[in-house]
Every structure is written in structure tokens, then in C-alpha cells.
Write a protein that binds this ligand. Structure first.
Ligand SMILES: Cc1cc2nc3c(=O)[nH]c(=O)nc-3n(C[C@H](O)[C@H](O)[C@H](O)COP(=O)(O)OP(=O)(O)OC[C@H]3O[C@@H](n4cnc5c(N)ncnc54)[C@H](O)[C@@H]3O)c2cc1C
Length: 455
């Protein structure tokens, strides 16, 4: 008898409770054989931006290396390929980590049913979180809608200590079924990923930036954050492993709270699966948003980083060049899309999904909704980010803007945030602002008033 371990967004060996459960089962079976497999749907894969394709390939290659080249990568419909694989290997149980997001739940339901039809059991364990979504509840047993009390209760519940990989498994690969994907689009740099790289990233962050995290995490021009989001999104590291290493300094406490935002949004999405694409506060769906050719043109300018607002454009270009964007700048560009361009948050979220190598359904949908003012615990709708003031505050010397916008490299210091004020500011082809922020802010507030009047 053999067991299959289905790797999903848990591409690691250490601290993987579902994998340990597969190994324990295989030992009980008497042969200790586990067939580790990843099921890829290449139609979805080909749609990803180049950086996202390359980062998934790098993660899988790294995982395969850790497994001494015993990973089978299946290609095709996930339920169909996994079921066929289980039947070929004579497996009666497929093990996996339980997903809580709508797409992950739909996928595991489809896989579970297809396997059951052939007499194979899908055993789901653990989650991608320190505390599984749905576990943190208010005293009246209803879910939290506000972060701070969620955090207190989440922290009080606590989590397991990280678990090492169980010993004694015989990992085997099926060469006939194995099809490692190849990226079809280029990436602008060699993407590094995988479990060892995640641990290295964590160690580098601990040595260089964790101490000052509370002070520096909002500064776009500093490398003040961990850059662990890709590793967390793909499960190259489990949050337990990170949390276990945190002490009680100011930097460590704030960092723990940021990890908890990821857990909060996963919990919110678990209780409200429709909010992956729908408004958490449905009233905002009734707001007046712009559509048509002019709106499309502005959306294109936003995507390309050509709005004429340096802090917005630097962020959008950082996304295209690196597959990542600083959190503060994600908020600035999201606010700009909703409150200056008057577009719906879902348009921006879809662009992020296509390009972010750390894409996470819960953090993306609810990061957008929070900033747009329609989410949980949201910043009030009338709080509109001023892209110039945000730039001056969080990139005070203009280094971040100059790094991503070569047309502005000739401008020294903070003046780069308002290049139109300088005689040669727009000399290298950088566009003039496509809109008047003060005017659009008023327009946004007027639309909010209409909504309230209708309510
Ligand atoms: C509009 C918008 C969209 C976003 N989309 C995503 C997304 O698709 N995937 C994603 O992982 N994060 C998303 N975030 C959250 C945040 O921007 C990133 O997690 C963070 O920038 C990643 O960088 P880091 O690893 O250096 O973060 P650090 O500051 O080092 O934080 C450590 C970890 O905590 C978690 N975290 C930190 N801040 C947040 C937050 N505000 N919300 C949720 N989790 C957080 C992340 O897992 C992060 O890796 C989004 C935020 C906004 C405003």
C-alpha cells in the first residue's frame, strides 16, 4: 500500500504537519512509501506573468531538490490527474494541507469527490496559518470583524511549536507522470525561491531589519521589511516557524501583529467567501464608478506607472519589475485607483493577482477593500491618501521614486515628488499628472454623499 502527499501552498518539508501525517500513515502501512506530488494546471500557469511563472518553477525545483528529485509534477485537471495518479500507484489515501480560501476549498472538494468515487480517501490536516481560520471567535461565538480584538484572542489561543520532518519516509517519484513546467514568459531577473531561501530570507531580516521594524516598515526607500510574503504565500515557510523565533522587543511585537493581519484576513474570507470578489460592505457596490474609454485609458496609465504621480508610478513599476510592492505603496496605489480614478477595487486586485509573486487571495482582496474603505475595520472612506504627501513622508529623500522611474533620476532630493514644479522636471519624458488630486478627492467625497443620501 502507498500514500500520496499532494503539495499545495505548502511547498516545504519542515513544519509540515500534513506531510508528517502522510509519513506516519505510510509507516503504519508497513512500507513507509510516500509519493510526493504537485498538481499543476498548465492553462492557469501560462496565464501568469513571467515573474510568477518563474517563481513557481523555482519553488518546485527547490522542493524537488529537497526530496532528492522524487517530486512528481502532474499536469492537467487537478482532480483528474491526482485520481489517476492514486490509482496507478495503488494508493488508498491522499494527504494534503487543508485550504480555507474559496478556490482552495473548491479544489479540495473536487479532488475529494473524484478520489472517493474510486475508493480513495483524501485526508486533510492543518492549515497555512498559525491558527486555522474559523478558530478565533468572539465570546458570543460569532467571527470578528475588527482586527484589534481578533489579534488579542488569536494571540491568547496560541499555536504549536514548529515540527521537524518526520523521519523514515521513502519518497518515490513516477517518471512516466512527471512533467516539470517550463516558463513561457521571460522574467527580468533570476527568481530565487524555496524552503532554504525562505529560511535564509528570515535570517537576513532578523540580522538586518527586525530590530528597527517598528520604525522603518513604512519607509518605501528602506529595506525595512522581511520580504517573506512570497514564501508565506507558497508555504515555503510556515508562520509557526517565524512566530516561534520572535521575542518581545518593539520590532518583534509589531512584526507579530503584521503576521496576524494575514491570519485575520484569512479568517474574514473563510467566514465571507464571497468577499474575494464582492464588497464586504455591500452598500459600496452601489457607488458611482467610472467606466468607458476615458476610464480605461486611466486604468492603463495606472497599470503602466504613467499617471504623472511619482509615488504611484514608482509602486506600479516596482510591481512590474520585481513582482512585489512595498505595503505602504500598495495602499497608496490602491487608494489612487479607487478615490482618484473612481474605479472599482476589483480591477486593481485582478492586476495585482496577475503580477504579484506573493499573491494571496485573502490578503489581496481584503488589503484592497480595507484601503478602498469598504472592507473590515476599514480606514473610513473619506480618508483619501494624498499621493504627494505620502511620497514626501515615506520616501523623504526621493530615493524610491528615482530607483523605479529613470525619467526622474536627474532630480535631487524630495523635489522628485513634484517634478512638474521644476523647469526641467518633465524633460526626460515623464508625464504631467493625468488628474488634479484635490478635485478628484472632492469628487470622491461627493459620490460618498450620494450613497449616504440613497441609503
Ligand atoms: C492593496 C493591497 C494588496 C495586498 N495584497 C497582498 C497579497 O496578495 N499577498 C500578500 O501576502 N500580502 C498582500 N498585501 C499585504 C502586504 O502589502 C504584504 O504582505 C507585504 O507588503 C509583504 O511584504 P513583506 O513580506 O516584506 O512584509 P512584512 O512587513 O515583512 O510582513 C511580514 C508578513 O506579514 C504579512 N503581512 C504584513 N502586512 C500585511 C497586511 N497588511 N495584510 C496581510 N498580511 C500582511 C505578510 O504575510 C508578510 O509577508 C496587500 C496589501 C494591500 C494594501
Amino acid at each position: 500500500m502507498a500514500r500520496i502527499f499532494w503539495f499545495r501552498r505548502d511547498l516545504r518539508l519542515a513544519d509540515n504537519l500534513a506531510l508528517n501525517s502522510a509519513i506516519a500513515g505510510a509507516k503504519d502501512d508497513g512500507d513507509s512509501i510516500v509519493w510526493p506530488a504537485y498538481a499543476l494546471n498548465s492553462t492557469d500557469f501560462f496565464e501568469l506573468a513571467g515573474i510568477r511563472q518563474h517563481s513557481l518553477v523555482a519553488s518546485l525545483e527547490s522542493l524537488d531538490e529537497s526530496l532528492e528529485n522524487q517530486l512528481t509534477v502532474l499536469n492537467g485537471d487537478v482532480a483528474a490527474t491526482l485520481t489517476a495518479f492514486a490509482l496507478t500507484q495503488g494508493a488508498l489515501t491522499v494527504h494534503a494541507t487543508r485550504a480555507f480560501d474559496p478556490a482552495g476549498v473548491a479544489e479540495q472538494n473536487a479532488v475529494g469527490l473524484a478520489l472517493k468515487d474510486k475508493g480513495v480517501f483524501l485526508k486533510l490536516d492543518d492549515s497555512y496559518y498559525a491558527v486555522a481560520p474559523g478558530s478565533v471567535k468572539k465570546p458570543d461565538a460569532t467571527p470578528y470583524r475588527v482586527y484589534t480584538p481578533f489579534f488579542k484572542n488569536w494571540f491568547a489561543l496560541g499555536w504549536l511549536r514548529p515540527q521537524a520532518l518526520a523521519e523514515g519516509a521513502k519518497f518515490l517519484r513516477c517518471d512516466e507522470s512527471h512533467q516539470m513546467p517550463e516558463a513561457t514568459k521571460p522574467a527580468p531577473f533570476t527568481v530565487k525561491a524555496g524552503e532554504q531561501y525562505a529560511l535564509h530570507t528570515l535570517a537576513r531580516f532578523e540580522a538586518r531589519a527586525l530590530n528597527g521594524y517598528d520604525e522603518n516598515r513604512n519607509r518605501a526607500d528602506l529595506s525595512g521589511t522581511s520580504h517573506l510574503s512570497h514564501a508565506l504565500a507558497f508555504g515555503e515557510i510556515h508562520p509557526r516557524t517565524i512566530l516561534d523565533r520572535l521575542g518581545d522587543s518593539a520590532g518583534e511585537n509589531v512584526f507579530r501583529k503584521e503576521i496576524a493581519w494575514r491570519e485575520f484576513y484569512a479568517d474574514v474570507l473563510w467566514h465571507n467567501p464571497n468577499t474575494v470578489t464582492e464588497y464586504y460592505s455591500p452598500v459600496y457596490a452601489e457607488m458611482r464608478y467610472d467606466t468607458g474609454a476615458s476610464a480605461d485609458e486611466k486604468f492603463e496609465a495606472w497599470k503602466a506607472g504613467k499617471t504623472g504621480f511619482p509615488m504611484v508610478d514608482a509602486g506600479m513599476r516596482q510591481l512590474l519589475e520585481t513582482g512585489w510592492m512595498h505595503n505602504r505603496v500598495r495602499m497608496i496605489v490602491a487608494s489612487f485607483l479607487v478615490k482618484d480614478l473612481h474605479l472599482e477595487w476589483q480591477q486593481g486586485a485582478a492586476w495585482f493577482e496577475e503580477n504579484l509573486s506573493d499573491f494571496d487571495p485573502a490578503s489581496n482582496a481584503h488589503g484592497w477593500q480595507w484601503t478602498a474603505g469598504c472592507g473590515t475595520d476599514a480606514s473610513p472612506y473619506y480618508r483619501v491618501f494624498n499621493p504627494i504627501l505620502q511620497g514626501l513622508k515615506f520616501d523623504p529623500n526621493g530615493d524610491y521614486v528615482r530607483k523605479y522611474i529613470p525619467e526622474l533620476a536627474h532630480i535631487e532630493g524630495a523635489a522628485v515628488h513634484e517634478p512638474w514644479l521644476l523647469i526641467d522636471g518633465l524633460a526626460n519624458g515623464y508625464p504631467a499628472p493625468i488628474l488634479d488630486h484635490a478635485k478628484e478627492r472632492d469628487e470622491s467625497l461627493a459620490r460618498l454623499k450620494e450613497l449616504k443620501a440613497d441609503a
